[in-house]
Design a protein around this ligand. Structure first.
Ligand SMILES: [Zn+2]
Length: 75
């Protein structure tokens, strides 16, 4: 059984899409970035477009995508 979409569950603590493991988060990150890049190409600029660059593990043990650089994470 092959499922093309990345499985995710809703994280009730963060109100974000959460991924159960790094592998899924990594796949989702790649897809999100490809989507942003297509949007940037269409607009002719990448300015003002949020671009997820990494994922982090939250208190619920789920992985979330974020555009925030690691050094700026304070919450
Ligand atoms: Zn979370």
């Amino acid at each position: 059984m092959k499922n093309k979409s990345v499985d995710h569950i809703h994280c009730t603590a963060c109100h974000l899409r959460g991924f159960l493991d790094k592998h899924d988060a990594d796949k989702a990150l790649g897809r999100a970035q490809a989507k942003r890049d297509r949007l940037a190409a269409k607009r002719g600029t990448g300015r003002g477009i949020r671009r997820e660059s990494r994922y982090f593990r939250c208190s619920q043990g789920l992985f979330h995508l974020t555009a925030t650089p690691r050094k700026d994470v304070s919450q």
